[in-house]
Design a protein around this ligand. Structure first.
Ligand code: HQG
Length: 178
């Protein structure tokens, strides 16, 4: 199976549906690597330890992390089930971006950015990344987020291990359509 398919499967089980592969995640979202490899191989997806480590190291967005003891793996962000990533609040850059699709604009202007099925609203400093994210859902639109004003208003920001900025919600008054 090509690496991007394995990466998608890993995202599916580590962020959304571990039961699809019959693996257990702990409260921090960590899966035991040996169990994960066993389940991949039993379900007909050949994957060995070295291939998994290479895939994690080469992941374009650094989607996955290996624990310090090398025994466990988890997704850095993007979960749709409750998970404790043990993130500490951080001061974001003054301005952040969010890429969305034009068809969501009306709702976003009314309700602000909501986390929808995920744990947080995802924001980035990079225009190309924001556009690529928006493109997944239709005609991409860039939103500029006044993060400095949000911090001043008491909103909390976190940064995932792979440098995605996360917050609970972005009210409409902090959003500027570019
Ligand atoms: C939109 C990828 C209507 C929101 C990326 C987005 C990211 C609303 C969609 C990560 C809304 C949710 C997350 C509202 C927000 N009304 N639509 N009030 N508020 N939306 O996939 O940010 O490649 O859950 O704009 O890099 O697109 O998977 O979030 O379009 O970091 O590693 O609802 O996924 O990472 O979509 O993407 P998502 P996202 P990976």
């Amino acid at each position: 199976m090509p690496n991007d398919h394995i990466s998608k499967l890993l995202s599916l089980v580590l962020r959304h549906q571990p039961q699809q592969l019959g693996i257990d995640l702990d409260a921090g979202g960590w899966a035991d690597i040996q169990q994960l490899l066993k389940q991949f191989n039993t379900t007909g997806v050949p994957l060995n330890h070295q291939q998994l480590l290479t895939l994690v190291a080469d992941s374009d967005k650094q989607r996955f992390a290996i624990s310090a003891d090398g025994q466990k793996i988890r997704a850095n962000q993007g979960h749709s089930f409750p998970v404790d990533l043990d993130l500490t609040p951080q001061v974001p850059p003054d301005v952040l971006l969010h890429g969305t699709a034009s068809r969501f604009l009306a709702a976003i202007q009314t309700e602000g950015l909501q986390k929808m099925a995920r744990h947080h609203v995802h924001l980035t400093e990079h225009i190309d990344a924001a556009l690529a994210v928006g493109q997944r859902y239709g005609k991409p639109v860039l939103l500029q987020i006044d993060a400095a004003a949000m911090v001043a208003a008491g909103h909390t920001f976190y940064q995932s291990a792979n440098h995605v900025w996360l917050t609970d919600n972005v009210p409409p008054n902090f959003i500027h359509i570019l």
